[in-house]
Design a protein around this ligand. Structure first.
Ligand code: S5P
Length: 477
């Protein structure tokens, strides 16, 4: 039988065995619904179990790369078992509660860190149950990026999973199921329309978005994240953002110290971080550094020298503390490329300095055609794991780059005016970068080159803060 025919037969059979019912029901979370699923009954029908596992296997699992399969307890467990046997891949089982006796394991089965695990689930509404399982597996060091499910209720689950870097493949969406049932006279057209209207108007209940937030740095407020940071600069920066209500970093790419100080006098109160390229300043001197530091204290912002170190450890430790800039003496944090390997972090970590220090590692770049690959990004994040006290965060463009809520995503390439410059820079809007996981947003020419930098800084600050406030409530679309 061909795939479409088999899927159609499955949909009709699910209706026949009352695994899908129509009427007026109230869900666990108190939501009224004209359609209800109870896939627990499928265990009584071996032919349906077989058909579901055949279809899931041939439509998705066969094309995926993974080491283990893990079902979301409990309804999906028998399906996960069948799939594990069919695919000849080992299965993992997640306990809902850790055992109170013996080994306090949450995950049963043999596995090693960095192995890939594919999730199996029956029905997805908000995605929160899948995410609970994903979270426990990730805590054990497993890589979880795929979920195969029987039915997508199309109420926000797919988006919630995507936000958490899990790609969902479903056998049926609710609309497809309804179409099959109407076409085969199992339900009337009217019921079909009623269910469609319901789907269009009802999102997953809010209780589920708070469950989602438990596993997502994007929904955690800055003040909470300060509490889990292991780098003192990240802690300070999170606290400054929460206090000043701004996540704007200004990139003062100007070539005269007077221009920089004048600009900061105007925008200082609106930013949490000031990013410099001191090697472009023509009259750099120690007096400028003193005034910069005073301004940082006066307006309560931190200083990031965007040096983008990229040499062997020994050279970098000299570039960091010697020469005319003596960066280590005044910069709270610096940007660093991972390209040369771990030695660069080792060097900065052991560089003696009287003050706290932090590193933003470049995991991605905003410029067109840059040579960074997804593997490079992953390896960069991995490299940072050994230096938790040094790491302030990553310079990157995507939320999927890292999970640790104690680290900061610094995102440049932001402007309201235009989509790019003529030298390869690519711009996103402030709303977009916050949606993509930015915690601190770098704006340079968008403010610096405008007629009225202060007005412009306030504009960026307000849009960014509004977008962040929405994000922590889990309301980003
Ligand atoms: O990928 C990157 C990384 C950085 S740190 N893309 C960037 O644009 N930057 C820096 O951010 C860049 O060096 C510049 O100082 C700033 C962006 O400036 P704008 O004028 O294009 O907003």
């Amino acid at each position: 039988m061909d795939f479409t025919k088999q899927l159609e037969e499955l949909a009709i059979n699910l209706f026949k065995i009352d695994a899908v019912k129509f009427g007026e029901f109230t869900t666990k979370s108190g939501m009224k619904t004209p359609v209800y699923f109870d896939l627990r009954v499928i265990v009584s029908y071996p032919a349906i179990m077989e058909s579901i596992s055949d279809l899931l296997y041939s439509s998705s699992l066969i094309s995926l790369e993974y080491d283990h399969i893990c079902g979301v307890p409990y309804t999906a467990l028998p399906i996960a078992t069948l799939l594990s046997v069919k695919a000849k891949k080992s299965m993992l089982m997640r306990r809902k509660e850790a055992k109170s006796y013996g080994t306090k394991k949450l995950i049963e089965g043999h596995f090693s860190k960095n192995q890939k695990c594919c999730i199996v689930e029956d029905v997805v509404t908000s995605g929160s149950s899948v995410l609970e399982t994903v979270n426990d597996l990730r805590k054990e060091g497993l890589v979880v990026e795929q979920a195969v499910i029987i039915l997508d209720r199309e109420q926000g689950g797919r988006q919630n999973l995507e936000k958490n870097r899990v790609k969902m493949m479903s056998l049926l969406t609710m609309s497809e199921l309804i179409k099959i049932l109407v076409d085969n006279n199992c339900i009337t057209k009217e019921i079909g329309v009623e269910v469609k209207n319901y789907l269009n108007s009802t999102k997953a209940p809010s209780v589920e978005s708070s469950e989602v937030s438990a596993v997502n740095r994007l929904n955690m407020p800055y003040e909470k994240r300060a509490g889990v940071s292991r780098n003192s600069i990240a802690k300070q920066l999170f606290n400054i953002m929460a206090t000043k209500k701004t996540n704007l970093c200004i990139s003062v790419d100007l070539t005269s110290s007077v221009q920089i100080l004048n600009l900061l006098e105007k925008v200082g109160e609106h930013v949490c971080l000031v990013k410099t390229h001191v090697d472009i300043i023509e009259d750099f001197n120690s007096d400028f550094v003193e005034q910069l530091k005073q301004m940082a204290t006066k307006f309560n912002f931190l200083l990031l020298e965007d040096r983008k170190f990229a040499d062997i450890g020994n050279t970098v430790s000299l570039q960091y503390s010697k020469g005319i800039y003596k960066i280590s003496e005044w910069a709270d944090c610096v940007t660093v490329h991972s390209l040369p390997g771990e030695g660069i972090l080792k060097a900065l970590n052991s560089a003696s300095s009287d003050k706290s220090k932090g590193v933003f590692l470049l995991a991605e770049m905003s410029s067109e055609g840059n040579l960074i690959t997804p593997d490079y990004t992953k390896a960069t994040v991995k490299m940072a794991e050994k230096y938790p006290q040094l790491m302030t965060g990553f310079v990157c463009q995507n939320a999927a780059t890292f999970d640790d809520p104690g680290l900061i995503q610094l995102t440049p390439g932001v402007q309201l005016e235009k989509p790019k410059d003529n030298l390869g820079q690519v711009y996103n809007t402030p709303e977009k970068v916050i949606e993509n996981g930015a915690d601190v947003v770098v704006v340079g020419r968008g403010i610096v080159a405008s007629k009225n930098p202060e007005t412009e800084a306030v504009l960026y600050k307000n849009i960014l803060w509004k977008s962040y406030s929405k994000r922590i409530l889990g309301k980003m679309e």
